[in-house]
Write a protein that binds this ligand. Structure first.
Ligand code: INI
Length: 207
């Protein structure tokens, strides 16, 4: 039975069309105003931190992420792959990347598989909390491209198998959030009655 990352069974309808684009909110909300990130990765500098633990899965996540960066126009010489021993080490790698001040986003890729051990809970929890902490403390998008599954089959389903590729999704998120932050930096919303006006046009300096 196909299940969610935390093991709960999926409804049949959720199983039928589970592509990567299906699982992320669409960017096609053209009639709504507001600051929104594009899917254009040209000019972005992206680091990919990838766990060697469960490498048969993480290498597929990495492949999916790189293919998406290619598709979105992130130049090959503008991205760096950093290998770490396991998911537990991903936050430290992300912090080191952020401190260089040379990147627009970090994509963290890993696979934490429950198997027989309760070690899983600790590794997965610390990894997620650490990644969130780095992105909030450093003000840099640090994307959680880490699978947390009950078994290897579930991980492979989400690493280019029947349920899409979390690496691909992570790359999309990195590009979108880099652009959201870039647009926020360039925008100068006028204040009116204490409410920030939402810009309806492309902010100056953003192409
Ligand atoms: N690391 C993973 O990336 N995935 C796992 O499933 C995993 N499990 O289950 O143990 C794992 N453990 C190693 C951990 O990430 C650290 O590398 C290790 O504890 C050294 O700090």
């Amino acid at each position: 039975m196909t299940s969610t990352e935390d093991g709960a069974p999926l409804a049949q309808s959720a199983v039928e069309a589970p592509t990567a684009s299906h699982r992320l909110p669409s960017l096609e909300l053209d009639d709504l105003e507001g600051i929104r990130g594009s899917g254009d990765g040209s000019g972005l500098r992206i680091a990919l931190a990838c766990s060697r633990f469960n490498g048969q899965v993480t290498s597929l996540l990495l492949r999916g992420a790189i293919a998406e960066l290619d598709r979105c126009g992130v130049a090959e010489n503008q991205r760096t792959v950093i290998w770490v021993p396991g998911a537990f080490e991903l936050p430290l790698a992300a912090m080191a990347v952020a401190r260089t001040d040379q990147y627009d986003a970090v994509i963290c890729l890993g696979a934490v598989i429950r198997g027989e051990t309760s070690h899983y809970e600790i590794v997965a929890g610390e990894c997620a909390a650490g990644i969130q902490r780095v992105q909030l403390e450093m003000g840099l998008p640090v994307v959680f491209g880490v699978l947390t599954t009950e078994n290897l089959d579930q991980a492979l389903d989400r690493a280019g198998g029947a349920l899409g590729n979390k690496g691909t999704e992570a790359a999309m998120t990195a590009i979108e959030m880099s652009d959201v932050l870039r647009r926020l930096k360039w925008s100068r919303p006028a204040l009116s009655g204490g409410v920030a006006a939402v810009p309806t046009t492309t902010p100056r300096g953003v192409v």
